[in-house]
Ligand binder design. Structure first.
Ligand code: NAD
Ligand code: AHE
Ligand code: ZN
Length: 376
């Protein structure tokens, strides 16, 4: 199939707010510095639902969503040296070119190489590699893993240990790495630090496992769903608070300040709710507490707090993909999974075939799902 168009199945998002439909699509060969991947498994992340809903300013239709995928390199375009045919790979929505100002800064995992075209749903040359019913389909987050074959920029692909099961490594392509990285890389967390994690989904629970790894002190999980108590404890949380069950007149900020003798050293928003983000900032310890925003809020939403909160030393920051540099650091995280240092299997609560992918979106909204994995 090298150099030829591949005919296969994909879940297509024709328009915002409509279920995906399974279609026969054409996947064009990879051009220079591109890689065509046979996708084996993909996770479904809250961000896919966010973009499908129509509130993502970068959501373009018709498109192929999905950004948490693992597969095997089927063919490579001219000039590709970082991966070869047959490599087991994970797709990277945060590319790493190792050459741009961002990559060379040593200060961020963001990369400037393909981000502008990625946000428009096209490959770096401005065109797409997908066709369906005579129409071009757009790419999504540089990945489009809801297809049996996809084309990515070479800087958006990383080869990992082929012994690692791709139905697990796919989850290292977003949710788990994002939370674990936020705790272990973005937050410079010292031993004994008291932390609060708002939202116990895949991302929040992965912050918890990162905090356990960093030997945090109190690890307080806050969720409005009581079923998440058991999940939080399973991953090593020391406390669980449901903010809707606090006594009249006690806010979640009051409660956390009281539990931590003045406030948390680090807090994490893993909900995407801007009201929660404010509470997370204000629950930080005066003088040094840092709040890290991970959740994605809809277009038009804004955060607010009294500037006095920052004047008195609290810090508001955020991170994408946990601050992890995909090509440099993801292979090591896969090894950490293989050696048992990072838990992945426990996150998989639901499984589907490609034709059941809409059910995976329903699962996500039902409240008992951490991650649904879809087999292509
Ligand atoms: P999820 O839906 O599985 O988990 C969110 C949790 O938050 C749920 O348990 C829910 O009950 C809880 N929650 C909702 N409202 C709450 C509130 N007011 N107070 C406390 N808890 C509340 O989602 P996820 O897959 O874990 O993703 C979490 C967020 O992170 C999403 O917004 C997602 O888009 C975002 N995300 C960001 C990045 C990044 O790189 N920055 C990467 C992955 C996901
Ligand atoms: N297009 C969205 C951006 C949403 C967003 O912030 N995405 C995160 C990853 S979420 C993964 O589940 C991210 O990586 N952001 C940094 C970046 O470069 O996109 C919007 O709202 O505009
Ligand atoms: Zn995601």
């Amino acid at each position: 199939t090298v150099g030829q168009t591949i005919h296969c199945k994909a879940a297509v998002a024709w328009e915002a707010g409509k279920p995906l439909t399974i279609e026969d699509i054409e996947v064009l060969p990879p051009r220079a510095h591109e890689v065509r991947v046979k996708v084996l498994y993909t996770g479904v992340c809250h961000t896919d639902a966010y973009s499908l809903s129509g509130v993502d300013p970068e959501g373009v239709f018709p498109s192929i969503l999905g950004h948490e995928g693992a597969g095997i390199v089927e063919s490579i375009g001219e000039g590709v040296t970082s991966v070869k045919v047959g490599d087991h790979v994970v797709a990277l929505y945060t590319a790493e070119c190792k050459e741009c100002k961002f990559c060379k800064s040593g200060k961020t995992n963001l990369c400037g190489a393909v981000r502008a075209t990625q946000g428009k749903g096209v490959m770096p040359d401005g065109t797409t590699r997908f066709k369906c019913r005579g129409q071009d389909l757009f790419h999504f987050m540089g990945c489009s893993t809801f297809a049996q074959y996809t084309v990515l920029a070479d800087v958006s692909v990383v080869a990992v240990n082929p012994e690692a099961a791709p139905d697990r490594t796919c989850l290292l392509g977003c949710g788990i790495t994002t939370g674990y990285g936020a705790a272990t890389i973005t937050a410079k967390m010292e031993e004994g630090a008291n932390i609060a994690v708002f939202g116990a989904g895949c991302v929040g629970l992965s912050v918890v496992q990162g905090a356990v790894e960093r030997k945090a002190g109190k690890i307080i999980v806050i969720d409005i769903n009581n079923k998440k108590r058991e999940w939080a404890e399973k991953f090593g949380a020391t406390d669980f608070v449901n903010p809707t069950e606090l006594p009249e007149g006690t806010t979640i900020v009051d409660k956390l300040v009281e539990m931590t003798d003045g406030g948390c050293d680090f807090t994490f928003d893993c909900t995407g709710n801007v009201g929660v983000m404010r509470n997370a900032l204000e629950a930080c310890h005066k003088g040094w507490g840092e709040s890290i925003i991970i959740g994605v809020a809809a277009a038009g939403k804004e955060i607010a707090t009294r500037p006095f909160q920052l004047v008195t030393g609290r810090v508001w920051r955020g991170c994408a993909f946990g601050g992890v540099k995909g090509r440099t650091q993801l292979p090591g995280l896969v090894e950490d999974y293989m050696s048992g240092k990072i838990r992945v299997d426990d996150f998989i609560t639901h499984r589907h075939k490609l034709d059941g992918i809409n059910t995976a979106f329903d699962d996500m909204h039902a409240g008992d799902c951490i991650r649904a994995v879809v087999e292509l």
